[in-house]
Design a protein around this ligand. Structure first.
Ligand code: FAD
Ligand code: SF4
Ligand code: SF4
Ligand code: SF4
Length: 378
C-alpha cells in the first residue's frame, strides 16, 4: 500500500480518509484544508524523522478480496422508514439490527451549522439523523478512534460511509473485528464542503433566515423525480436544484473521485447499498416510485446477517453486473471549467451565480433540445 500522495503530492491519489496520520510515531502529520475546501495530509518537516512509515500506508490503494458476490433488489417493508430514506431504506434496517444488539451506529448527519459530520448513535431515534444523502464530503475527525474505543468495549458497531472512508477505517484498525459491520454507499463523488458552506450562506442571506435542513433526495414528487428541498428555520420550504446540478456536472467534486480507486464491484465493506436505477427494466413489478435499494452482500458475515434481516424486506436476487450497469460503474471526468470555477469563486465568492453559469447548457445544446422538441411535437 504505497502512499503515492505523500510521495508525489498528486491530489488525485488522496481520498482524504486521514488514516495515514495515525502511523506517525512523532505525530507530525495533520490534515489541512486546501483552497478548494478538501483535506489533505501535511507533514511538519522539522519534526519528521524520515522513518517512512507514512509512505508505506494508504487506504487509497488497499486491496481486498470479496468473499461473496450476491446482489438483491431490496425494499424496507416499513413505509415510514423507506419514506425518510434516499433509496429503499436499507440503512435503517442495518441500524436496527445493530441497535437491538445494544450496539453503536456510525453515519453522517448535519450538525447545527449544516456541516456534514460523521457521528455515532446508540438509539434508533439518534440514527434518524443519518438517514438521507448529504451530498458533501463529511468530516471524520476523531471518528476512527471512537470506533476502536467501542470495539475494545466488545460492542457491536455498524460503520457506514463512502467506500474510501470504509477503507480508511480498516487501514486505521489494521485488523479484523468480529463485531464490526461495515456498510458502504455506492459513491459517485464527494462535493467540496467549502462550496456547500458558501451555498448555504448565500441561501440564508437571500432569505434572511437560517437553513434548518437540506433534503437532497426528497421523495415528495416521487423517487424518480427526487428533488432537493431546502427547509428554513420558520418551516418554509423551497425547491432548489443549484448545488445538486453542480455536483452532478462534476464542477466541484474531490479530485480523487474522478479516478476513484473504489469504483465498480469492489466491495470493501460487508454490505454495499445504493439506488436500484433501472428498476423499471429489471423488475417493474417492484417499482412503486417510493425508492428501491440495491443491496450487495460482500462477506460471509454480511450473508449471515442478511438471513436474519430479510424478514423486514421485500427482495429479489439480481445479477451484480446487471444491477451496476444502470449505476455509477465507471469514473466520470471533471467538468472542463472546474479550475476556472474555483478560481472565480475564491476571488469573488457568489457560488450560486457561478454554479448556474457553468451548468447552463451551451447555446448549441439548447438549440438541439429545442429542435428535438419541435420534431417530436410535429
Ligand atoms: C455523496 C453521495 C454520492 C452517492 N452516489 C450514489 C451513486 O452514484 N449511485 C447510487 O446508487 N447511490 C449513490 N449514493 C447512495 C444513495 O444516495 C443512498 O445513500 C443509499 O442508497 C442508501 O440509501 P438508504 O435508503 O438505504 O439509506 P438512507 O436512510 O438514505 O441512509 C443514508 C446512508 O448514507 C450515509 N450518508 C449520507 N450522507 C453521506 C455522506 N456525505 N458521506 C458518507 N455517507 C453518507 C448515512 O450515514 C447512511 O448510512 C450516494 C450517496 C452520497 C452521500
Ligand atoms: S491514507 Fe488517506 S489521507 Fe493519507 S494519503 Fe492515503 S488517501 Fe490520503
Ligand atoms: S516519515 Fe515517519 S516521522 Fe516523518 S511524517 Fe512520516 S511517519 Fe512521521
Ligand atoms: S468517489 Fe471514490 S474517492 Fe470519491 S468519495 Fe466516493 S469512494 Fe471516495
Amino acid at each position: 500500500m504505497e502512499n503515492l500522495y505523500l510521495k508525489e503530492k498528486n491530489k488525485k491519489d488522496c481520498n482524504g480518509c486521514g488514516a495515514c496520520i495515525y502511523v506517525c510515531p512523532k505525530h507530525c502529520i495533520h490534515m489541512e484544508e486546501d483552497e478548494e475546501g478538501f483535506l489533505y495530509p501535511v507533514i511538519h518537516e522539522e519534526e519528521c524523522i524520515h522513518c517512512n512509515k507514512c509512505k508505506n500506508i494508504c487506504s487509497n490503494y488497499s486491496k481486498k478480496q470479496k468473499e461473496i458476490n450476491k446482489a438483491y433488489i431490496a425494499i424496507n417493508t416499513c413505509e415510514e422508514e423507506r419514506k425518510n430514506s434516499a433509496s429503499g431504506g436499507m440503512f435503517y434496517i442495518l441500524a436496527k439490527y445493530v441497535i437491538e444488539k445494544n450496539g453503536v451506529v456510525f453515519g453522517v448527519k448535519y450538525n447545527e451549522d449544516l456541516t456534514a459530520v460523521h457521528d455515532y448513535a446508540t438509539t434508533l431515534e439518534e440514527c434518524k439523523s443519518f438517514m438521507g444523502s448529504k451530498y458533501v464530503r463529511s468530516k471524520t475527525e476523531g471518528i476512527y478512534e471512537k470506533v476502536k474505543e467501542f470495539l475494545m468495549q466488545e460492542k457491536y458497531v455498524l460503520f457506514t460511509g463512502t467506500p474510501c472512508q470504509i477503507a480508511g477505517l480498516k487501514t486505521f484498525l489494521s485488523k479484523e473485528y468480529e463485531k464490526l459491520l461495515t456498510c458502504e454507499i455506492i459513491c459517485h463523488a464527494n462535493p467540496s464542503p467549502k462550496i456547500f458552506g458558501k451555498y448555504v450562506e448565500e441561501l440564508e442571506q437571500k432569505k434572511a433566515l437560517k437553513v434548518k435542513d437540506i433534503k437532497f433526495r426528497s421523495k415528495e414528487n416521487g423517487w424518480d423525480n427526487s428533488t432537493p428541498i431546502i427547509e428554513y428555520e420558520n418551516g418554509e420550504k423551497e425547491e432548489d436544484i443549484t448545488f445538486y446540478k453542480g455536483f452532478i456536472a462534476e464542477l466541484f467534486n474531490r479530485p480523487s473521485c474522478h479516478s476513484c480507486a473504489f469504483v465498480g464491484n469492489k466491495g470493501y465493506a460487508d454490505f454495499t447499498i445504493g439506488d436500484l436505477w433501472g428498476i423499471q427494466k429489471v423488475a417493474p413489478e417492484m417499482n412503486d416510485n417510493k425508492g428501491v435499494s440495491l443491496l450487495i452482500v460482500n462477506s460471509n458475515k454480511a450473508e449471515k446477517i442478511f438471513s436474519e434481516i430479510k424478514e423486514n424486506l421485500s427482495f429479489k436476487s439480481i445479477d451484480v453486473d446487471l444491477a451496476l450497469s444502470y449505476n455509477h460503474a465507471t469514473n466520470s471526468p471533471m467538468h472542463p471549467k472546474r479550475e476556472k470555477f474555483f478560481k472565480v469563486v475564491n476571488q469573488e465568492g457568489n457560488v450560486i451565480k457561478y454554479i448556474k453559469k457553468y451548468t447552463k447548457p451551451s447555446l448549441w445544446r439548447r438549440i438541439k433540445r429545442k429542435l428535438k422538441r419541435i420534431l417530436v411535437n410535429n
